[in-house]
Design a protein around this ligand. Structure first.
Ligand SMILES: [Zn+2]
Length: 213
């Protein structure tokens, strides 16, 4: 840039794309897909399939775009010890079942998420943690990013000094196609704040995860 040129005022980056499904266009796209695959749309088992596929995608696979982490975590509350800044104890919830769709093949992913945090300014109801996982799982997302998004949303919304999300999943794209590793389980971990360090808190978390079976 030449020194005489005035510094351009850059607009702030646009917000990340949000899925706003168009049900009619989605139904038509599934019809086109089936037709392109050479399948008869008037087959008795395919009649209504485009609508069913659209419905499942809108209601169950992409519905996470319409929910914010703040909404999913709902009204947070304070514990007496965390409000006095004393708590360095972990809250851990293991084996939260989730399903998702991989963005590369649009194939299902099913698994469990283990979520942990050190209470900060707020705490969340246990059921809310499952809703938080679904906010991100019900988007097109890679497993690594799912773990990272959950850990960072927990840190942000709860003001938690340390968070973790560990995902174990069965990826259809690995099990049913490509390498066809039918038994493979994929793992992803993400940590924020105090849990980033491999210290006592992280060891405590893994001891609990190891003891659960
Ligand atoms: Zn895939």
């Amino acid at each position: 840039m030449s020194p005489s040129k005035p510094r351009s005022r850059r607009a702030p980056p646009p917000p990340p794309p949000v899925s706003v499904p168009d049900p009619i266009a989605m139904t038509r796209a599934v019809e086109d897909f089936l037709r392109a695959a050479g399948l008869p749309l008037d087959d008795e088992n395919l009649r209504g399939t485009p609508q069913r596929v659209m419905d499942a995608w809108c209601r169950e696979f992409l519905d996470g775009y319409a929910v914010t982490p703040e909404e999913a975590l709902g009204g947070t509350f304070t514990s007496s010890s965390s409000s006095r800044g004393e708590s360095r104890e972990l809250v851990v919830v293991t084996d939260l079942r989730f399903h998702s769709m991989c963005p590369h093949h649009l194939l299902p992913v099913a698994g469990v998420a283990h979520v942990a945090y050190v209470p900060g300014k707020g705490m969340a109801g246990f059921g809310r943690l499952s809703a938080l996982v679904d906010v991100f799982a019900h988007r097109l997302i890679l497993q690594e990013d799912l773990a990272r998004e959950v850990a960072s949303a927990l840190a942000r919304v709860l003001g938690s000094p340390g968070t973790a999300c560990i995902i174990e999943a069965e990826q259809s794209c690995l099990r049913l196609r490509g390498a066809r590793q039918h038994q493979a389980i994929t793992h992803a971990e993400a940590y924020e704040g105090e849990l980033r360090k491999d210290g006592a808190l992280r060891r405590e978390l893994w001891a609990r995860l190891g003891a659960r079976r």
